[in-house]
Design a protein around this ligand. Structure first.
Ligand code: TYM
Length: 363
């Protein structure tokens, strides 16, 4: 369906985003981007590259610039056809930070301090976060891992910026992996709070979390989610990995000392491999358990390697073509920013009016 058809019949709006922090992981692919491409015909889709979120842990400026191009090329290579959706860079659209500030002024600090991802990130910087029972206060104790470590306010306010990303478009549905559920809850609370205080303004967005693949785990420590920042090279598959890399990483994926191919909480490594298989092959976990009855872990890994190699090959090949054409990528981002800005301005001016900001004189 062409974009003109999309505009003539209003469709429900979805918005979702990823951080430009290098290559997308298999978790980003199976838990997020691949599912977004199935929604292009039924929704008006806004896909953001959230560069302002990426500076909460400041990257090298040249890396950040390069990562934005790499991210848009990976989005398209993963199936996000620019003719059917709007892909934009967060900092290119006026309104994300403005709305974030307005929402920040409605958010108790304690709510942000209790966010799981904030606590995890704080812990990585050497801070221990201890909640006090019956109190809204959260205590931080520095464990001295890094003498100069401190937590920037951006890391704390990150979920409010994320809420603004969503509410700025009045998105009805937000497709995300399991790890973003808590942030979505905060977004819904803030939308409800604003509506109650200033009258109906925001739609309350629904999370859309896929049934399979919503939480892909690390290959070396399957109790933790697969993440871009894992220091262990074998823990994470990236969508641009070559077949040799896929083979090596899956070959050394942690399993257990039993020999039974079943998915359950006592077998996190095997369960993770079954989930990856199921997400790519479309077969249910139950069917896979029957298929692998009496077979060994080597056979499971061999099938996962084949599935990954075949599924990621076209993504990798297409990426390497796209990344050479910076003009084309710029044109996609320009169209995306224009469409996003048009929608964002409408909501931002409505919000500004409701909270009592004066309108700027036009001449
Ligand atoms: P980010 O960049 O960490 O991840 C992008 C998307 O990938 C999903 N994901 C996973 N899914 C399954 N298994 C995994 N191991 C895995 N790792 C990541 C994430 O759930 C996400 O859907 N805060 C967000 C970015 C953001 C956003 C937004 C998302 C900013 N504003 C507005 C939605 C709406 C983040 O850091 O995602």
């Amino acid at each position: 369906m062409s974009k003109s058809d999309q505009t003539s019949k209003p469709k429900p709006v979805i918005l979702t985003c990823a951080q430009p922090t290098g290559q997308l992981t298999l978790g980003n692919y199976l838990g997020a981007v691949r599912n977004w491409s199935d929604m292009l015909d039924d929704y008006e889709c806004f896909f953001g590259i959230v560069d302002l979120h990426a500076i909460t842990v400041p990257p090298k400026p040249s890396d950040l610039r390069q990562n934005v191009y790499s991210c848009i090329a990976q989005y398209i290579a993963c199936g996000l056809d620019p003719k059917k959706c709007h892909q934009f860079v967060q900092s290119h659209v006026i309104g994300h930070t403005e709305l974030a500030w307005i929402l920040t002024c409605m958010t108790p600090i304690g709510e942000l301090q209790r966010m799981t991802q904030f606590k995890d990130k704080a812990a990585k910087l050497g801070f221990k976060v201890a909640e006090e029972k019956g109190s809204d206060d959260v205590k931080f104790t520095h464990e001295g891992v890094r003498a100069q470590a401190s937590i920037n306010a951006g890391l704390l306010c990150y979920p409010v910026l994320m809420a603004a990303d969503i509410l700025l478009y009045n998105a009805e549905l937000v497709p995300v992996g399991e790890d973003q559920r808590q942030h979505l809850e905060l977004c819904r609370d803030l939308a409800g709070r604003f509506n109650q205080k200033y009258s109906e303004t925001f739609k309350i967005p629904e999370p859309y979390v896929p049934k399979t693949g919503a939480r892909i785990m690390s290959l070396s420590d399957p109790m933790h989610k697969m993440s871009k920042s894992d220091k262990n090279e074998k823990a994470t598959i990236f969508v641009l990995d070559k077949p040799e890399q896929i083979k090596k990483k899956i070959g050394s994926a942690v399993t257990d000392s039993e020999a039974e191919i079943k998915a359950n909480s006592t077998k996190p490594g095997v369960s993770n491999l079954l989930t990856i298989h199921s997400s790519l092959s479309g077969e249910s976990i139950n069917d896979l358990e029957s298929h692998f009855l009496g077979k060994g872990y080597g056979e499971l890994k061999a099938e996962v390697i084949e599935l990954l190699t075949e599924n990621l090959r076209p993504v990798r090949e297409s990426y390497h073509e796209l990344i050479k054409d910076k003009n084309y990528l710029d044109s996609v981002l320009k169209e995306g920013a224009q469409a996003a800005q048009k929608r964002a301005y409408k909501i931002l001016s409505k919000v500004s009016r409701k909270i009592g900001l004066t309108e700027r004189a036009r001449n």
